[in-house]
Design a protein around this ligand. Structure first.
Ligand code: MIG
Length: 828
């Protein structure tokens, strides 16, 4: 029985029915068999369930349980993370994962207990229970709250065609349990009630609820009764998740092959789960500062003169921009690593001129290599046998942009090293970043590679069934590692369309070919929040929508939301009208400029948030439910998020919208535009004229700000502005500073500043502490104090009276002092 096409059914009632049926057939057939027929003793292929665990043995952090045939391994990874693996006939696959290159090396203490009913593996934080009666595995915390438990024992079914097993895990779903995560899925933020599939797919102009999309991130967060946990099903095969869709009491995940292997990651807060997921799969490296600016893309800007005109357009219109992209038409017949002699006769000169004008050039590179014996990349790859092969040993050939192509096997480390070195020419020409597209992999006509394509898989071998979902990740890994080598100590910038869990270690992502509709604006908002809690914080949408035509209003609303996307790039398909921030005329141009300027003003804040992500595993965008997971209503809020932990962003998602309801989590907030203070834990209605997208700042925040520049680093920063928002309770803020473009931070060359703000009716105190080895060049801060409940009579900084305080009509106060201050008191 082949189930490759059909979704295997996790419903145990149905399973039992099937099982009975098969057994009946087996009995019938028996009558026709000769007595000595050796096939007689072969059992029919049915789903098999774990029996009863009768034995346990321990080796280091691993404990094994067996039912006599199948074996289960429980690995204590950390106090909060336990991994579960199943081997149907007791033979585990060799340990290898692209997602988890190395398990965290931490000291863990755990005990193995046993009573009549169960075995218990107990860490100081969680217990893993293995029930003796039926091998059910469950997890609980130290309050004896069961957070996750099997609804049926883990099970599997043999795959006679390919070998291996379809593997299944089914857990109990609670009445009010919610589910989040899984990467870029184009559906509601809360995944309860959905069944979804992971199989990287080129999904041009995808629609709401279309599945699968470009990425496979088999990680979800469950939240029930204020306790969160995560499940990371580290399996690269086509995989399925059913969040109480088929049966409201069950959540299942299963895959077409590979091992049933998952990590249970304990909360209790969603933030703890995400941080621990990052501990397993890594975080984004620090981006070069320019990558946080505004980027302009189109399919395609060419010839060279067009690129120059667009670049000049930004400077003439005084709209900041750091990155300009060259889509496939810059190449010679779409051959990777070549330039069209007709359209780009002197790319080095063009890139140098652009750089002079403050632009970084990013070029697209696809995986398909044109079959052409006069093309060196093809020749080398062919000679060295670096291209993917079919099972019967023909090369994997398919049509993509260059025509007939072969495809490097990026799962081979030698191929990755070769690929990385191919970038030396582009780097030498001045290219600053690389955009990897079509790496699901996408093939015209057939969609992707056939299942039988073989992959080296870092020595562990596999068919395309196993390698498909990691192909894109390994491509961008090769790209990133190559660039990192070529750029010496400079940070590369990479962006990829496809990816698997852990892809964040090598790249940023965009959500692919969206559409210029209001629905897609709403969807993009959800997708970015989802990517953020799924490990991929450095993400953005094609601002304006890739296909179709936005009007000025939609484009401007998208720019507004994009101002708060960790990655901010406008992009459009070639058959659409010009789409630069000034293309729609006034009032749109001015509003777009104002928001892009805001992006640049907030760069030190975003950069600090990025550090918090890189170093500590916090997501950059945080959905409301992450702020207040104890409020059930918040499990369903999906159109607001915080940018870092201080700024609440409420995108305007409807045409002609004059007002918007906003939910403010508990605490005190300042309306960014009016500076009005608003109490949280309530919904309010705020006006949303075209030039306003509601933004709120948490009371007590210190928001660092740079002067507006036309591109990052245009001029030396002479002073950093600190926007202080009064609070009567203590609030901490951070500022991270370093060179912005090297890896010196890996040698601890950076500065981490901490601010603590606290006020009462008579006084506001701001304290600063610093750690690190970096010294910024600027000397002073320019303070702007918002929301003071009194008129300040004097300000004392490190014991000295501040001579000049200027007061503004909106009751804000400004003054200057050295960047090295320790404590400032503002007195009534
Ligand atoms: O088959 O390179 O998603 O951003 O502009 C289309 C051309 C290939 C798809 C990408 C899109 C890009 C386009 N690419």
């Amino acid at each position: 029985m082949s189930m490759a096409e059909n979704v295997p059914d996790p419903n145990p009632e149905l399973l039992t029915a099937k099982l009975l049926q098969v057994e009946e057939i087996a009995v019938d057939e028996e009558e026709f068999h000769h007595l000595n027929n050796p096939a007689e003793s072969i059992k029919p292929i049915v789903k098999k369930y774990l029996g009863t665990p009768n034995h346990s043995e321990q080796s280091g952090n691993k404990i094994f349980f067996s039912d006599g045939d199948a074996k289960v391994e429980i690995l204590v990874v950390t106090n909060e993370i336990i991994r579960v693996r199943l081997a149907p006939h007791s033979v585990f696959l060799e340990e290898f994962s692209y997602a988890v290159p190395q398990l965290p090396q931490r000291h863990v203490e755990f005990t193995l207990l046993e009573n009549d009913k169960e075995y218990i593996v107990a860490t100081p934080v969680i217990n893993c229970h293995i029930r003796k009666q039926d091998f059910f595995i469950s997890f609980s915390d130290k309050n004896d709250t069961i957070t996750s438990s099997d609804a049926v024992p883990m099970h599997w079914e043999e795959n006679t065609q390919f070998g291996g097993y379809y593997v299944f895990c089914t857990k109990t779903c609670q009445e009010q349990e919610s589910f989040f995560g899984l990467g870029d899925k184009a559906t509601e933020f809360n995944l309860r009630g959905k069944r979804l599939k992971n199989w990287n797919t080129d999904a041009y102009s995808f629609s709401f609820n279309q599945d699968p999309l470009y990425r496979s991130i088999p990680f979800y967060i469950s939240l029930n009764d204020n306790v969160a946990h995560g499940i990371f099903f580290d399996n690269t095969f086509k995989a399925y998740f059913d969040f109480a869709a088929e049966d409201r009491n069950r959540t299942s995940f299963w895959a077409d092959g590979g091992e049933l292997q998952y990590y249970y990651i304990h909360g209790p807060h969603m933030m703890d789960v995400v941080k621990n997921y990052h501990l397993l799969t890594g975080t984004h490296p620090m981006p070069p500062l320019w990558a946080l600016g505004y980027h302009q893309c189109r399919w395609s800007y060419y010839p060279e003169n067009k690129v120059r005109v667009i670049a000049n357009g930004f400077r003439q219109n005084r709209i900041p921009c750091d990155g300009i992209y060259l889509d496939i038409d810059y190449m010679d017949g779409y051959r990777c690593f070549t330039w069209s002699p007709k359209y780009f006769p002197n790319p080095k000169k063009m890139i140098a001129d652009l750089a002079e004008n403050g632009f970084k050039t990013v070029v697209i590179i696809d995986p398909g290599i044109r079959v052409d014996d006069n093309y060196w990349v093809f020749k080398e790859g062919k000679e060295k046998k670096y291209f993917c092969r079919r099972c019967d040993d023909y090369f994997m050939e398919g049509h993509v942009w260059p025509g007939r192509c072969q495809f490097p096997d990026f799962t081979n480390p030698e191929v990755r090293a070769w690929w990385g070195d191919l970038f030396d020419g582009l780097v030498e020409t001045g290219v600053a970043g690389v955009w990897n597209d079509m790496n699901e992999p996408a093939v015209f006509g057939s969609g992707s590679f056939p299942d039988d394509v073989r992959h080296q898989y870092d020595g562990y071998r596999g068919s395309h069934r196993k390698a498909h979902n990691v192909y894109g990740m390994q491509m961008v890994r090769a790209t990133y590692e190559g660039l990192r080598k070529q750029l010496k100590n400079k940070r590369p910038f990479t962006i990829t369309r496809a990816g698997y869990a852990g892809v964040q270690r090598y790249s940023s992502v965009w959500t692919g070919d969206n559409v210029a509709t209001w629905e897609h604006l709403k969807l993009g908002n959800i997708q970015l929040q989802r990517l953020s809690v799924s490990g991929i914080s450095f993400c953005g949408t094609d601002i304006g929508g890739f296909s179709g035509e936005p009007d000025g209003e939609l484009f401007t609303r998208w720019i507004q939301m994009g101002t708060f996307s960790p990655f901010m790039r406008a992009h459009s398909a070639g058959d659409t009208k010009e789409r630069e921030p000034w293309s729609f005329g006034e009032p749109f141009t001015s509003i777009n400029r104002r928001f892009i300027e805001l992006r640049y003003r907030l760069i030190p804040y975003l950069y600090s948030t990025f550090w918090e992500h890189h170093r500590y595993g916090f997501p950059i965008l945080r959905p409301v439910v992450m702020q207040e997971q104890d409020v059930l209503m918040n499990h369903f809020r999906q159109d607001e998020f915080t940018y870092g932990d201080k700024i609440l962003v409420c995108p305007v998602l409807h045409p002609g919208q004059q007002t918007r309801n906003v939910y403010l989590p508990k605490g005190k907030w300042y309306n960014f535009w009016t500076l009005d203070m608003v109490e949280g834990a309530q919904e309010i209605t705020v006006p949303t004229p075209l030039d306003i997208m509601p933004l709120f700042v948490k009371a007590g925040s210190v928001i660092p700000e740079y002067p507006v520049m036309q591109y990052t680093g245009e001029t030396e920063i002479e002073e950093v502005k600190l926007n202080i928002y009064y609070s009567d309770y203590e609030v901490k803020s951070f500022l991270f500073e370093d060179y912005g473009e090297t890896f010196a931070y890996e040698q601890d060359i950076y500065l981490e500043k901490k601010f603590v703000v606290k006020g009462d009716e008579r006084k506001l105190t701001i304290k600063q502490t610093m750690e690190g080895l970096y010294t910024p060049r600027y000397e002073g801060y320019h303070f702007k104090v918002n929301g003071l409940p009194f008129v300040p009579s004097r300000i004392v900084a490190d014991g000295k009276e501040v001579p000049t305080i200027s007061s503004n009509a909106d009751k804000t106060y400004e003054f200057k002092f050295t960047k090295n201050f320790k404590q400032i008191e503002i007195y009534k």
